[in-house]
Write a protein of this length. Sequence first.
Length: 218
Amino acid sequence: MSLSDRTAEEKNSSDSTALLGFDIRPRPQLSDLVWTKERRSLFLLRDDVQQPLSVDQTVWPSCLPEPNGEQWRGVLGHWSSLDAISKAAARERIEETVARFVATVVVLESLSDEERTKWLSTRLDETFPSRLDPGWSLLGYDVADQWLTSGLSNCGYVGTEHDEWKSRWGDRLNDVHLFNDRLEASNFAKATNERVPEHAPFFVYGLFERLTNPNRAA
């Protein structure tokens, strides 16, 4: 199966993933978040990644302002409605030349039966749309806890951990510091459960991008 075929299958398989929601993030080369040498050596497993991408907004910040007390976006700062976030982008005058729409899915097949039930019954909102159309493309797979703290790029490595984990996992990451293979991501999640037990359990998330505002493309 080709990468494009696999991506389409992963986007539309309701048995394997569940859509968490939508956000707008700065294009990596235009992000004002500075990754110093010290920060890279503490959090990243590849030295040549200019700007890591992540479901974690601390790693890859949202372009949208914090919601006010009366505004509900959805789960963990992600918007439930693509139409609503598209209109918010227009209101905030966020240009497509500097930002991209992103969607996050949780990979259900990597979960235990108990965790799968929790996600489907208590952790997810209904989203509009409920599935991603062919306009979305896969950036890669992140590993994060239930609050979207990334175990891949936001849980520091201490002592000899960095060199050991870089040797084991570094060459399996793509150029935005995400896994291309979700089985590799699942194995990393299991290992991270042991390395960072205070945040466990960790889950696999798919991160997708859409380059245009759906409202403008219509």
